[in-house]
Design a protein around this ligand. Structure first.
Ligand SMILES: *Cc1c(COP(=O)(O)O)cnc(C)c1O
Length: 409
């Protein structure tokens, strides 16, 4: 660029500004909106240039499985937001989780993970890694002694989510990072539920942060995506070659969608969090609701830790209705605005019944240990008007608590 205008070092900008301007790579057309480079490959002016690029002497693009300008913009913007040295985008959140673990591990190693994991993450830790000779131990994430006791001489990494799905339990990230570092192991945090705005795992000591960009980062239910954030060294040692050679790369189209979504992430997450707080307040006083789980409330079982570790309670809440599965189904079926779906972080409010969907594969005793009761519903709070959502929940809860009258209608 020959422009005489100076631009400020994006690292010194606040998150809302970084999310609008960070990482932009303008082409010579000086487009306002980030360009979508839907291309597999790149031309070289000369054979000498192609040789230099493959040798790493020229920084240009080679092939879109390795890097692509639109994907790079998304990675740069995410790295700025997270305060990470480096980022790599992936095709989905699960590709990010799998690469962040498989990239570090080899046969003979050991991994410790919190047992309250997203179903597919549990599969990777419990079933996939052991097939390649990596032993795994699952612990109660809230029990720091359990983390300490699980560490072995060959423990290489640990993995956790906080808040957890669906009971919104908080794991003490700084404490687990310290335990792992003392053992010479790393910590990977899946930060989906908290969002990059409300919790900063790397500042708390995590070595690597992963996201399903499918959730709040897209936030409008359109594309799948994922991202891995870490130091330059962590990416170089564990992630760079793994992703390049195995190929779970993010499509430039999806990267472009996510890049444009990041522009509104602050506005969306702030509004969704404010509404979630109001809904949690409403639910906590409703007679048909046995318990309300929201990390932003003083009655959350780990409220002090949540306050220390998170900037706000986030966009997710769970609540248990009296009357078990039948009552939970009646409530969800009676909703007129809130949709039934297992997605989360969306502009549309979505409700799911963990026992019969996301956690269906678990044994009853595993669900009991995680506090997943038959009457538990998980609500992802969207961007609708808070009063409309509360009215929707109120009429659905009223119907559910008067089952006979409505069954007869
Ligand atoms: C959705 C989700 C994932 C997986 O992400 P995909 O984009 O669906 O592959 C991983 N972890 C958590 C906590 C999630 O919510």
């Amino acid at each position: 660029m020959t422009s005489p205008r100076k631009s400020r070092d994006p690292k010194t900008l606040r998150p809302a500004t970084q999310l609008i301007h960070g990482g932009s790579l303008r082409s010579r057309f000086e487009e306002t909106s980030e360009a979508l480079f839907l291309t597999q490959g790149y031309l070289y002016d000369t054979m000498e240039l192609s040789e230099a690029r493959f040798k790493g002497d020229d920084p240009g693009f080679i092939y879109s499985r390795f890097a692509n300008p639109t994907v790079s913009m998304f990675e740069q913007r995410m790295a700025l937001l997270e305060g990470a040295e480096a980022a790599r985008a992936t095709a989905s959140g699960m590709a990010a989780v799998t690469a962040s673990l498989m990239g570090q591990l080899k046969a003979g190693d050991h991994i410790v993970a919190a047992r309250a994991l997203f179903g597919s993450c549990l599969y990777v830790v419990e079933e996939l890694l052991p097939r390649f000779g990596v032993a795994s131990t699952l612990v109660d994430g809230a029990d720091l002694d359990a983390w300490r006791a699980a560490v072995r001489p060959n423990t290489k990494t640990a993995f956790l989510e906080s808040p957890t799905n669906p009971t919104l339990e908080i794991v003490d990230i700084a404490a687990v990072a310290e335990i792992m570092h003392r053992a010479g192991a790393t910590l990977v945090v899946d930060n989906v539920f908290a969002t990059p705005l409300l919790q900063h795992p790397m500042k708390l000591g995590a070595d690597c942060v992963v996201y399903s960009a499918t959730k709040h980062i897209d936030g409008q239910g359109r594309v799948l995506g994922g991202v891995i954030l870490a130091s330059e060294k962590f990416i170089a040692d564990h992630i760079h070659n793994f992703l390049r050679q195995t190929g779970p790369c993010l499509s430039p189209f999806n990267a472009w969608t996510l890049l444009k979504s990041l522009e509104t992430l602050t506005v969306r997450v702030t509004a969704q969090t404010r509404t979630a707080g109001k809904i949690a307040e409403f639910l906590s006083t409703h007679p048909a609701v046995v318990r309300t789980l929201y990390p932003g409330r003083a009655d959350h079982p780990q409220a002090a830790l949540a306050r220390r570790q998170m900037e706000a309670g986030g966009t997710m809440l769970s609540f248990e209705v009296a009357g078990g599965k039948a009552a939970a189904f009646r409530v969800a079926n009676a909703l007129t605005i809130i949709g039934i779906s297992n997605n989360l972080g969306d502009a549309k409010s979505l409700i799911t019944h963990p026992e019969t969907t996301t956690h269906q594969r678990l044994k009853p005793e595993q669900r009991a240990a995680l506090g997943i009761a038959a009457g538990l519903l998980r609500l992802s709070v969207g961007l609708e008007d808070a009063e409309d959502l509360i009215e929707d929940l109120a009429q659905a809860l009223d119907k559910a608590t008067l089952p006979r009258r409505h069954a007869a209608e």
